[in-house]
Design a protein around this ligand. Structure first.
Ligand code: HEM
Length: 397
């Protein structure tokens, strides 16, 4: 199969300033949805698919829209892994890794330890009266919880967070910066070593973790190592980003915050609405394995497409007043966790750690919690998007 690196015949060509897209991609997406719902974007080297219905259509046809993208930076960083496989190969890898992340396992195996992690982190900052909740709380919490679920008891939360950052930088290393590759290589070497050690231990004594599950599904060590890299790459920044964006939204909307504090069942709605409103993963790639027409364009086999779920989640034909954060909007499934066979494996982990524990704890424990007027916090990114910081103050006890 050849890999066209240019627009499919008949596809509109639209280019963007990537710096602008990183600052705020939503106006550009709105324009694309209106005028060119499938557009070749030269600076991205892909056709962007931006309407909700077209993204859902693509996700229903994984035999056409393959996840095995040729030349993918993720493959270079991590090696072959479940996220870049299709069909039977994908199902096998997923079946080995997934069981410990199902809702019941999250509740029975991890919830108590997640709660302890959240309490410990909060205790460290509670007396200070001010913090950056992204760096001081949400990121270390996501990393510590991930170490548990994976079974990496030989790694610290700091290790996990650094490995995650190093691999994420490599996955976006379109500039081919050698230092970025080197840092990622150091991270992946360290992960391989840590996983090999744990794999030996859990073979003798299963512990319910993702590594243990994969070992007892008789997966090759290299497959286990690569899947762990994917989980670390994706399991830290997304929960961190939902936490930050949702917390800031509530601090900006005391009316909503008070309703949620009076009725904690609403935290779930806050989570789903936050993930829709500012999707932590904005887009992900697919490559066509056969000719297929979508959004009025006949794409030849080999065409590269990006499913821009952040745009689908703001599609006005599905979500009224889509740019507003509104926890009362009528329920329509959002696309933030993807769809089809690659639907996020960590969805229940993320939902529980953020809306079941982290938000309720922070908002009840830190009295008089408010945004720090002296600092401006920014959202950034379009492939991944979240707050780079969330400075807050409260009355220290
Ligand atoms: C709010 C938090 C999260 C969001 C929004 C999110 C989003 C996503 C999305 C959009 C995909 C599909 C990507 C694609 O099809 O190419 C995905 C896949 C995946 N996610 Fe998440 N994720 C989150 C948290 C997590 C966590 C905490 C973990 C680990 C415990 C995790 C592990 C995975 C894995 C392993 C896959 C690949 C699944 C497969 O290929 O079958 N995610 N995630």
């Amino acid at each position: 199969m050849s890999t066209p690196t240019t627009a499919a015949p008949g596809a509109p060509v639209v280019d963007f300033d990537l710096a602008q897209l990183r600052r705020d991609p939503y106006p550009a997406y709105a324009e694309l949805r209106r005028t060119a719902p499938l557009a070749w974007v030269p600076s991205v080297g892909r056709h962007l698919l931006t309407r909700y219905g077209d993204i859902v259509h693509a996700e229903k046809l994984p035999e056409v829209f393959s996840s095995r993208e040729q030349g993918s930076l993720l493959l270079r960083t991590v090696g072959p892994n479940l996220l870049r496989e299709d069909g039977a190969e994908h199902r096998l890898l997923r079946a080995g890794a997934e069981p410990p992340t199902r809702p019941r396992q999250v509740r029975d195996l991890w919830a108590d330890a997640f709660e302890k992690n959240a309490h410990d982190l909060l205790e460290r900052i509670a007396g200070r009266g001010e913090a950056d909740l992204v760096a001081d709380f949400a990121e270390p919490l996501a990393a510590a919880n991930l170490a548990l679920v994976l079974g990496l008891r030989n790694a610290t939360a700091d290790d996990i967070a650094e490995w995650s950052r190093a691999m994420m930088a490599a996955n976006g290393n379109y500039a081919d910066d050698p230092d970025v590759w080197l840092r990622a290589e150091r991270a992946t070497d360290a992960i391989e070593e840590a996983v090999a050690e744990i794999a030996g231990a859990v073979r003798r004594e299963p512990d319910g973790s993702v590594i243990s599950s994969m070992v007892h599904a008789d997966m090759a060590l290299s497959a286990i190592q690569n899947n762990v890299k994917v989980v670390i790459g994706g399991g830290v920044n997304e929960p961190r980003d939902v936490f930050g964006v949702g917390a800031q939204a509530l601090l900006n909307r005391p009316d909503v915050r008070d309703r949620v504090l009076a009725d904690p069942s609403l935290w779930k709605r806050v989570f789903e609405e936050t993930a829709r409103w500012v999707s932590p993963i904005g887009m992900y790639p697919r490559q066509l394995v056969q000719d297929h027409e979508i959004a009025g364009v006949a794409l030849p086999a080999g065409s590269r497409v990006a499913l821009v779920i952040a745009s689908g989640n703001r599609d006005e034909s599905v979500f009224e007043r889509a740019d507003e954060f509104d926890i009362d909007r009528p329920h329509r499934p959002h696309l933030a966790f993807g769809g089809g066979p690659h639907f996020c494996m960590g969805a229940w982990v993320a939902r529980h750690e953020v809306s079941g524990l982290a938000w309720p704890l922070v908002f009840s424990r830190l009295k008089g919690l408010r945004l720090d007027d002296g600092t401006e916090d920014h959202m950034e990114g379009w492939v991944f998007r979240g707050l780079t910081s969330l400075h807050v103050t409260w009355q220290a006890a």
